[in-house]
Design a protein around this ligand. Structure first.
Ligand code: DQA
Length: 146
C-alpha cells in the first residue's frame, strides 16, 4: 500500500485561477490538485488534496495527520502569518511537514515576512508557483523513503 501525503490548503486557495493571477498564476485549484496527485503517484505516494477557508477544519485535518503519522504538505495561506493555533497543531506532527507557498512571501508586503509555521516545519518551499508543490511532494517521498 502506498503512503499517503496530505496536501492541505488554507483560505482563498480555492480561488486559484482567478485570484490575483499576476501573483498566483492562472492554474486553477482543480489543476493543482491533479498535478499533486500525478506527482505523488510518480513518487510512490497517494496525495489527499484538500482546501478549506475554515481554521477549525484545517486544524482538524492536522490532528488527523498527527494521529495517523501522515506526512503533510501545507500551504497555510494567510494563516501562515498569524495563526498560533495552526502552528500548535503543526507542532504535533511526527511525519515530515513541508510548508509551501506559490508566491515568495518574503518578497511581498511586510506582514507576509513572518511565518509562525516555519519553525515547526521540516522545511519551506516558496516562490515557484505550482512547482513549489511538486518539489514539496518530492521531498516528502525522499524523507519517507518511497
Ligand atoms: C500564499 C502567501 C500568503 O501570504 C497568502 O496569504 C496566500 C497564499 C502563497 O501561496 O503564496 O493566501 O500562502
Amino acid at each position: 500500500m502506498s503512503a499517503t501525503v496530505l496536501v492541505l490548503n488554507g483560505p482563498n486557495l480555492n480561488r486559484l485561477g482567478t485570484r490575483e493571477p499576476d501573483v498566483y498564476g492562472t492554474t486553477t485549484f482543480a489543476d493543482l490538485a491533479q498535478l499533486c496527485s500525478e506527482v505523488a503517484a510518480g513518487c510512490g505516494l497517494v496525495a489527499d488534496v484538500r482546501q478549506t477557508n475554515d481554521e477549525a477544519e484545517l486544524i482538524g485535518w492536522l490532528h488527523e495527520a498527527a494521529d495517523g503519522g501522515t506526512s503533510v504538505v501545507l500551504n497555510p495561506a494567510a494563516f501562515t502569518h498569524y495563526s498560533y493555533a495552526v502552528r500548535d497543531a503543526c507542532a504535533m506532527l511526527t511525519a515530515p511537514l513541508i510548508e509551501v507557498h506559490l508566491s515568495n512571501p518574503s518578497a511581498r508586503e511586510e506582514f507576509r515576512h513572518t511565518s509562525v509555521v516555519s519553525a515547526v516545519a521540516t522545511g519551506t518551499i516558496a516562490g515557484f508557483g505550482i512547482d513549489s508543490y511538486r518539489m514539496a511532494i518530492e521531498q516528502v517521498a525522499r524523507l519517507v523513503g518511497t
